[in-house]
Design a protein around this ligand. Structure first.
Ligand code: HEM
Length: 137
């Protein structure tokens, strides 16, 4: 198997391979991409899949998550090389923001809609917030 350079979990084959328990034969050059959005929104694995429920990821709930159903950074030996860096960066940015300002969703923008894109998941209209600077005490 070979990988091409992109941040979508995918595989490029260099020899024939059969998908186990099926008659489907994959050929060299076939590109297989994993539909992360669909996996992450499959009600079979995620009750109330469309709802943001951060509690799903609390330590006491983690065992309810089936293996390989939450793979934002891919999986296996070629998963995202910068996973820990990216998570740390996001937390630092969020912490800086929360320390500096009070955040509220802008009226009319309480529900995020995402634009379909083959590579990146982006809110259609961005994330519209009202920031009120916190006073330094
Ligand atoms: C939230 C941020 C990020 C997400 C969700 C993400 C997600 C991913 C995913 C899904 C893959 C493919 C894994 C696979 O094929 O199984 C990947 C690969 C990769 N990512 Fe990220 N990534 C993020 C940030 C970054 C950053 C900040 C960097 C670099 C500074 C980076 C560098 C890479 C590299 C080099 C690969 C290819 C790894 C390989 O082929 O061995 N990523 N990433």
């Amino acid at each position: 198997m070979e990988r091409s350079a992109s941040c979508l979990p995918h595989i490029l084959l260099w020899q024939d391979a059969r998908i186990p328990n099926t008659d489907v034969i994959l050929k060299p050059g076939d590109l297989i991409q994993f539909p992360l959005w669909s996996i992450h929104h499959d009600p079979q694995y995620w009750p109330a899949a469309e709802e943001f429920q951060a509690e799903r990821f609390l330590p006491e709930n983690r065992d309810n998550i089936r293996s390989f159903t939450h793979i934002p950074f891919g999986m296996g030996p070629r998963n995202c090389i910068a996973m820990r860096f990216a998570l740390m960066e996001a937390k630092v940015a969020l912490a800086q923001l929360i320390l500096a300002a009070d955040l509220k969703l802008a009226p009319g923008h309480e529900h995020l809609e995402f634009q379909s894109s083959p590579f990146f998941l982006r809110p259609k209209e961005g994330v519209m917030l009202i920031l009120t600077p916190l006073k330094n005490e």
